[in-house]
Design a protein around this ligand. Structure first.
Ligand SMILES: Nc1nc2c(ncn2[C@@H]2O[C@H](COP(=O)(O)OP(=O)(O)OP(=O)(O)O)[C@@H](O)[C@H]2O)c(=O)[nH]1
Ligand SMILES: [Mg+2]
Length: 497
């Protein structure tokens, strides 16, 4: 809205036919059930799509990172084909929704193609194995030894790959726990360690388990321990990982045992000595692998396809949310200036600010419409009122008002014009409320037409958004912008300088 004076903005509010609707403070925190409750097996809201890695078949992969405490809600084991098919259809529905809201979105063709390949994946015969673990643990060696000995005698076709060494790169946020996309894409992970688990290794194994990724923990280089120590190390590993892996999925090997001195007594009484490389000790691992493949081959393929379908859906949802956000932000902006102008013209005590103006039922309805969450006017009023009282209860109103008035006072705006504090605070709080609603709606499932509006969650989003928008630099530039709008003729816009 390119209107500068507050009068014009107030008029605009009237022209828009959007009365500033007020939900009173003290409304009960009532919940309601919207029209239909859509049941879904999987909820992706708490997961972050990290981007994608195209493997041979072009799957988009995803992993959990943002929400470390979140656990993936998996369907009852064993996974049924129908559940996987359903997950693919959810992905497809999300793409359809994206297409409905952004017809010419450039990603649609590729996403659709992935749905098709996911469906084909259900019938895949070849099993993908990936070897992973820290630096120098013997990934390449094991892959070579195992694939050599496997190729000649087993019928099941396997494809092998090795991930780059884990725990070598440090992320921007300093975390070292990372499990590669390749591991998540495979049907079965061989996770190599060479002794007791480090915390990073443990976390990585937990992540794999949370993704329903079948994993064998391989204790390699056991030749480096004394014979009597080996079973102890193995037991230790089995114990540590008991909640995540069955003991039989923890196996000791020596992919390339170190040279040993061979001593041979000759017939003439002399002794000959030489160095020799013992054969790899991988028998038990091969047995376990064969058994898993015989028993669970189908499950492994379905689980991979299931993860791929989740990733695909997450990708579509992410794009959909971007589209929606692009539409929602200008609306929030529009409302925040309307509220600013209204509160500026009719200053009210700071604590009543929200109750009277900032959280607007119309804003709730408009944003809800973008996010396919239909609200009746009355419902929207309840949401607005509840958000207002939440903001008060959380102390956000008081804190913002104080900070903003402090900034105005300490920054050369000596004449604190009429309702300038109220105007700026109103705009700021409206923005926070709008952004929180966006965050809240985004966490809802796309396909779900409704659900319980959870005010605890909404309160969490409010606090989260408030924290994100509390930085002094941001507030200063916001205050400057708001003052510029409310008092365009003011010569004193040097806030924060
Ligand atoms: N003693 C002993 N050494 C092993 C064993 N397995 C592998 N090694 C040695 O460990 C070293 C690293 O083996 P790689 O297979 O290259 O290990 P990697 O995990 O692929 O290493 P990166 O890819 O560089 O992280 C090599 O010198 C191997 O010979 C084993 O069972 N016992
Ligand atoms: Mg290697």
């Amino acid at each position: 809205m390119e209107v500068d004076s507050k009068v014009a903005e107030t008029e605009m509010a009237v022209k828009l036919g959007r009365p500033i609707l007020v939900g009173g403070i003290g409304l009960s925190f009532s919940l309601w059930v919207l029209e239909s409750l859509h049941q879904e097996v999987v909820q992706l809201g708490e997961y972050t799509l990290l981007g994608a890695l195209a493997l041979g078949s072009g799957f988009w992969l995803w992993k959990q990172r943002a929400a470390k405490n979140a656990t993936l809600r998996l369907p009852e084991k064993p996974l049924e084909r129908e559940t996987v098919v359903q997950a693919i259809s959810f992905a497809s529905a999300a793409i359809t929704q994206l297409e409905a809201e952004a017809q010419n979105h450039p990603a649609i063709a590729t996403l659709r193609q992935r749905v098709a390949s996911s469906t084909a994946e259900l019938e895949r015969q070849e099993i993908r194995l990936v070897v992973t673990g820290g630096k120098n643990v013997g990934k390449t060696t094991l892959m070579r030894v195992l694939s050599d000995s496997w190729g000649t005698q087993e019928q099941q076709k396997l494809s092998w790959s090795e991930t780059p060494a884990l725990f070598t790169a440090t992320d921007a946020d300093g975390t070292q726990t990372d499990i590669s996309d390749e591991a998540i894409a495979s049907d079965l992970v061989l996770f190599i360690t060479t002794g007791d688990l480090t915390e990073s290794e443990f976390q990585a194994l937990k992540q794999l388990a949370a993704l329903n990724q079948r994993t064998i923990l391989v204790f390699n280089k056991q030749d480096q321990y004394l014979p009597e120590e080996r079973p102890l190390v193995l037991q230790q590993l089995q114990k540590r990982i008991l909640e995540i892996l069955q003991p039989e999925d923890v196996v000791g090997i020596a992919a390339a045992p170190g040279m040993v001195k061979v001593r041979q007594h000759q017939g003439d009484g002399s002794v000959q000595e030489w160095m020799a490389q013992p054969a790899p000790e991988i028998t038990q691992l091969k047995q376990q692998l064969s058994q898993i493949l015989v028993q669970s081959k189908q499950q492994l393929v379905w689980a991979s396809t299931f993860r791929a379908a989740l990733a695909l859906k997450a990708e579509a949802v992410k794009l959909l949310n971007e589209v929606r956000r692009d539409r929602a932000l200008p609306i929030i902006e529009q409302f925040q200036w309307i509220v600013a102008a209204t509160a500026f013209a009719n200053p009210v005590p700071a604590l009543d600010l929200l109750a009277t103006a900032a959280i607007n039922a119309q804003l709730v309805m408009d944003l809800g419409a973008i996010y396919q969450q239909k609200f009746s006017l009355q419902q929207a009023q309840t949401v607005a009122g509840t958000m207002g009282s939440l903001m008060l209860k959380l102390g956000l109103v008081e804190l913002s008002t104080q900070t903003i008035s402090g900034m105005l006072k300490s920054n050369a705006i000596t004449f604190v014009a009429g309702g300038i504090v109220q105007g700026v605070s109103g705009a700021y709080l409206t923005r926070l409320a709008g952004l929180s609603l966006i965050e809240y709606f985004q966490a809802q499932d796309v396909a779900a037409a409704g659900g319980l509006l959870n005010f605890d969650k909404l309160g969490e989003k409010l606090q989260q958004v408030f924290q994100q928008n509390q930085r002094v630099a941001f507030l200063q530039s916001f205050v400057k912008q708001a003052v510029g709008r409310l008092i365009p003729e003011s010569p004193q816009l040097i806030i924060g300088s």
